[in-house]
Design a protein around this ligand. Structure first.
Ligand SMILES: *[C@@H]1O[C@H](CO)[C@@H](O)[C@H](O)[C@H]1NC(C)=O
Ligand SMILES: *[C@@H]1O[C@H](CO)[C@@H](O)[C@H](O)[C@H]1NC(C)=O
Ligand SMILES: *[C@@H]1O[C@H](CO)[C@@H](O)[C@H](O)[C@H]1NC(C)=O
Ligand SMILES: *[C@@H]1O[C@H](CO)[C@@H](O)[C@H](O)[C@H]1NC(C)=O
Ligand SMILES: *[C@@H]1O[C@H](CO)[C@@H](O)[C@H](O)[C@H]1NC(C)=O
Ligand SMILES: *[C@@H]1O[C@H](CO)[C@@H](O)[C@H](O)[C@H]1NC(C)=O
Ligand SMILES: *[C@@H]1O[C@H](CO)[C@@H](O)[C@H](O)[C@H]1NC(C)=O
Ligand SMILES: *[C@@H]1O[C@H](CO)[C@@H](O)[C@H](O)[C@H]1NC(C)=O
Length: 453
């Protein structure tokens, strides 16, 4: 009855075209190494970061230096994004398999392929890098001078008098598992997707929008291989001790929000806002949960899903939050398509298909199993979170191929290797054009419609 919906006018504008562009542009390898100068497209470099708010843009947007040069077919593009999601999901799921219950930190298996970036200024004088944002990752890492296997855009520590190495005996060094003592002090190895990364733990000022954050602790990458390392580094917005939020508690009060734009938003209307700010009038909240088995992640209680006006029949354990197993539902900024545990997805899909009518269904198009080659009247999908119902605009639930002749339900099921660690992931396509607020002190996640694309 108090469902959050975008008005049809807000909703219809953006995603259809965006997905068409996205799908025709997706590269084979997102984070390949480029020899070009890796700044923003000059047309886009309007420097509109202000206060504590940063412009957010898609890694494949027209402004991005990482957008692909060789378009793929629609089907290959979708398959590629799904493959990347799969690597990320397995990483998210595997967090639970670790023996000790400590937050995700460098040195542990962490997450793959974030899709949104912000402009960060490192050191004094500032050196600007386009860093990926990842709310499921704690540490920040930046490629540094001399890095073997990094792209050409690097942070040059010796040009910044405020740069510091961190000693092996410093408190910060104890926050990472398995540190070793290298030439410059605290060092460690980490895995990210299929990349192995070697890094030194260091400190320098990082400036985000107008806020200088002195002595910010991050990892200076000295060596990497594989294709998963974001070329200009990553800003970790997770919940662990080395995350951006933990390091800036006095300033940002462990509170941030974002509106993720779609790929075509040349004007960067997406934003990442750090710290508390005025709440949108129509914001709705659901409790934010912390799961000790995956303590870096932002869990919520998703207890039912509605398709049209039918609440689908889902076996309760498939949605249950469980502190022992780590099971539950998270908001993740890095996965592209929402992934639901098999019994959850199957129930949603079956009801969706039933309401559309079973005719002209195309199975497994681009890896999605519910696609239509005729125009359809699709039922809405509503996530029932504790205290808040979110009805997805069609553009956040469906994708279309280049010429609009195929429509697919843009979600999928998955089964983690460890069947006891069921994880439902609300992904970034489903979050587009919403303001998503992470309010850790008040243990709540807020959502309100915002057309930021
Ligand atoms: C969500 O929708 C259900 C019906 O599907 C309704 O009973 C419930 O009151 C709604 N919750 C909120 C918070 O609006
Ligand atoms: C790394 O993973 C990506 C998909 O995420 C894949 O395209 C690429 O081939 C992999 N590279 C290697 C060297 O395994
Ligand atoms: C950090 O360590 C490196 C490697 O030992 C050294 O070259 C550099 O001068 C050190 N930087 C500072 C600021 O101490
Ligand atoms: C990281 O791994 C490399 C190669 O396996 C190894 O030589 C190095 O000692 C490791 N460094 C740390 C800090 O563990
Ligand atoms: C990267 O290096 C590590 C160890 O040095 C190796 O195990 C891994 O297979 C390499 N990855 C790729 C994609 O080459
Ligand atoms: C960007 O903004 C300008 C003016 O503010 C507008 O005319 C233009 O259509 C916008 N471009 C996109 C791609 O939104
Ligand atoms: C559910 O929707 C269908 C068609 O949209 C309608 O006929 C039916 O009356 C609705 N049921 C309820 C309980 O609102
Ligand atoms: C959590 O999962 C364990 C193992 O499957 C189960 O024994 C326990 O009852 C579950 N707890 C809750 C609260 O559902």
């Amino acid at each position: 009855m108090c469902d959050i919906v975008l008005t049809p006018m807000q909703a219809s504008k953006s995603l259809f075209i965006a997905m068409k562009i996205l799908l025709s542009l997706t590269p084979l390898i997102l984070f390949q190494f480029f020899s070009l100068v890796q700044g923003l497209n000059p047309k886009c470099d309007v420097q509109d970061d202000h206060g504590s708010s940063l412009q957010v843009f898609h890694v494949l947007s027209p402004c991005s230096p990482f957008k692909p040069s060789n378009p793929l077919s629609w089907e290959d593009s979708v398959l590629h994004l799904q493959a990347k999601d799969q690597v990320r999901l397995q990483s998210l799921a595997s967090l639970v398999d670790d023996r000790s219950i400590v937050p995700t930190a460098p040195g542990r298996k962490i997450i793959h392929s974030p899709t949104y970036m912000v402009r960060a200024k490192i050191g004094n004088p500032a050196q600007t890098l386009l860093m990926a944002i990842d709310n499921s990752n704690d540490a920040s890492w930046i490629p540094c001078t001399g890095c073997e296997g990094c792209s050409s855009t690097l942070f040059v520590p010796h040009k910044s008098p405020t740069f510091k190495n961190i000693s092996c005996y410093a408190a910060e060094c104890k926050q990472i598992p398995n540190p070793t003592c290298g030439d410059s002090g605290c060092a460690f190895n980490l895995t990210y997707g299929n990349s192995s990364i070697e890094a030194d733990l260091v400190q320098d000022t990082i400036t985000l929008a107008s806020d200088p954050l002195p002595d910010y602790t991050f990892a200076c990458i000295t060596k990497t291989n594989g294709t998963s390392t974001p070329p200009q580094g990553l800003l970790g917005l997770g919940r662990g001790p080395l995350s951006l939020l933990s390091q800036t508690q006095n300033l940002y009060k462990f509170t941030f929000s974002y509106c993720l734009p779609n790929i075509k938003s040349l004007n960067f209307s997406g934003s990442l806002t750090l710290g508390p700010s005025a709440l949108p009038k129509d914001i709705k909240f659901t409790p934010l949960l912390k799961n000790p088995r995956r303590s870096s992640l932002y869990y919520v209680n998703l207890f039912a899903i509605r398709v049209g006006n039918i609440t689908v029949d889902i076996p309760p354990p498939a949605l249950a939050f469980n502190r022992t197993t780590g099971a539950g539902t998270i908001f993740d900024s890095g996965t592209v398509y929402t992934r639901l545990a098999e019994p959850v997805y199957d129930a949603v899909r079956d009801e969706f298909r039933r309401q559309v009518g079973a005719k002209d269904i195309v199975t497994s198009r681009g890896g999605f199993d519910t696609c239509y080659t005729v125009p359809i009247v699709a039922p809405t999908i509503t996530f029932l979170f504790e205290g808040m119902n979110v009805t997805l605009p069609h553009d956040n639930a469906l994708i279309h191929n280049d010429d609009g002749s195929i429509t697919c339900l843009a979600m999928a099921s998955w089964a983690p290797d460890n069947v006891n660690s069921v994880l439902n992931v609300i992904a970034n396509l489903q979050q587009q054009n919403y303001r998503v607020l992470y309010d850790v002190p008040n243990s709540r996640i807020g959502i309100s419609p915002e057309l930021c694309s």
